[in-house]
Design a protein around this ligand. Structure first.
Ligand SMILES: Cc1ncc(COP(=O)(O)O)c(C=O)c1O
Ligand SMILES: Nc1c(O)cccc1C(=O)C[C@H](N)C(=O)O
Length: 410
């Protein structure tokens, strides 16, 4: 398998992209689906923004370095990756806050319809935000309905206001069919909101072609924007005039610097902004997004699938398949850029793997999760990681007490 890994790395047309990242030595990083590593360009931009722009040019930087248009510029970099025409994507806040804005605004467009359907196994914040809106507006104006991923289609009817779905399940990696579900929702007059946290930067997306209404996503995973990097929002052009988000801050005003005492929404996606952009984070994000200008997302997807399939072959070769059964779909086209394995000691196995220099993550209650970020992960990384895993499983090193101790953030 090692020879095969070496051969595939030699044939990898994306192998040169690894040099764009400041990866630590002796570390195989299989957690870019939670926090992407540091791009070299982002590190340099952080220094420039802090030392030169903030340190030296001070407040003149809003104009001199165009800080004020960072949310729109980051949106422009993202749009092609999302399959969106320009002027529909903007960077701001977090997924959670952006979901609040989109869901409230979309509910208002649905005159009298109150039901928001999402999946029971969605990432919790998506569900919590709907619960919060339900509490704020009362059940007569917002009603949360959660269904199994297999029951989504059956739950769609003319009473439903919004279908809120995460395209790639954060635990299993199962991919929902965006084109089909969006079309089915529209047949019932339902608006769709897609969470692209585990899709952006790794799955080819076609928001415009799929006629998606609204979408959110984060930039700290496969897009390498850094911890807590600003999220993004997509508002389809056809909703631009009618959609009004509820956190009507001055940055969403048509003319913020007239300091008018009454709110006039910006007639563009900029209306989705609320307050001052986090300039340092967003500048770093912009440097990371610039890396994508010559990357073919279809090639990224192809390598992601190959890495996943190669890992499954290695696991089989090393006789790990029975001890670590797959919790992800077997069909690579049906899963995102990750594999999930079930084990009662998944947490401790993950800790023992980290001690061997392989960083993956644990998702409660029993999932060992591995993410594939094709720009910097090699086939040899996968083979080396699997060999380390085999040693841990054979020697049962995960039973050592030091690996059982739970940390705050897993
Ligand atoms: C599907 C999904 N939605 C939302 C979030 C988190 O959103 P936020 O940016 O608000 O922390 C995550 C991960 O943290 C996620 O996996
Ligand atoms: N956003 C995170 C954070 O602030 C701390 C730790 C992890 C995260 C994550 O992104 C978790 C991730 N969405 C997941 O799928 O598990």
């Amino acid at each position: 398998m090692f020879e095969e890994a070496r051969r595939r790395d030699q044939q990898d047309s994306m192998a040169d992209k690894r040099a764009l990242f400041a990866l630590p030595e002796n570390c195989i990083y299989l957690d870019g689906n939670s926090l992407g590593p540091l791009p070299v360009a982002a590190k340099a931009r952080a220094t420039e923004v802090v030392e030169q722009q903030w340190g030296n040019d001070l407040i003149t930087s809003w104009n001199k370095h165009s800080w004020i248009t960072l949310p729109q510029r980051c949106g422009e970099h993202l749009a092609p990756l999302l399959g969106a025409k320009a002027d529909q994507v903007i960077c701001c806040d977090s997924i959670s806050v952006n979901l609040f804005k989109l869901l409230c605004g979309a509910l208002a467009l649905q005159h009298g319809r109150t039901k928001i359907i999402t999946t029971t196994d969605n990432f919790p914040t998506d569900v919590y935000i709907v619960q919060g809106i339900q509490q704020l507006l009362g059940e007569e104006r917002c009603q949360l309905i959660t269904v199994d991923e297999t029951e989504i289609e059956a739950a769609l009817n003319d009473d439903v206001a919004i279908l809120l779905l995460t395209q790639v399940n954060f635990r299993t990696g199962n991919v929902l069919n965006m084109a089909k579900l969006t079309e089915m929702a529209h047949q019932h007059g339902i608006l769709t909101v897609w969470d692209l946290a585990h899709s952006a930067g790794v799955l080819p997306l076609e928001l415009d072609n799929c006629q998606v209404d609204f979408a959110v996503g984060c930039t700290y995973k496969y897009l390498n924007g850094g911890p807590g990097a600003p999220a993004f929002m997509y508002v389809a052009e056809r909703h631009e005039n009618a959609f009004i988000q509820p956190i009507t801050g001055w940055m969403g005003h048509a003319t913020p610097f007239t300091f008018s005492s009454s709110y006039t929404p910006h007639q563009s996606v900029s209306q989705s902004l609320t307050g001052t952009p986090s300039v340092i984070s967003m500048s770093v994000l912009e440097a990371s997004l610039e890396m994508w200008s010559d990357v073919d997302i279809h090639q990224v997807r192809q390598k992601s699938i190959e890495l996943g399939e190669f890992m499954l072959n290695c696991m089989q070769h090393l006789q790990l398949t029975d001890t670590l059964p797959l919790a992800s779909p077997l069909n690579p086209n049906q899963r995102g850029s990750q594999l999930a394995f079930k084990h009662d000691h998944a947490y401790a196995i993950c800790q023992a793997w980290i001690a061997e220099g392989v960083i993956a993550d644990f998702r409660a209650p029993n999932i060992l999760r591995v993410g594939f970020a094709p720009l910097y992960i090699s086939f040899q990384d996968i083979w080396t990681a699997c060999e380390a895993l085999q040693k841990i499983m054979q020697e049962k090193t995960y039973l050592q007490p030091e690996y059982q101790k739970k940390q705050t953030v897993t």
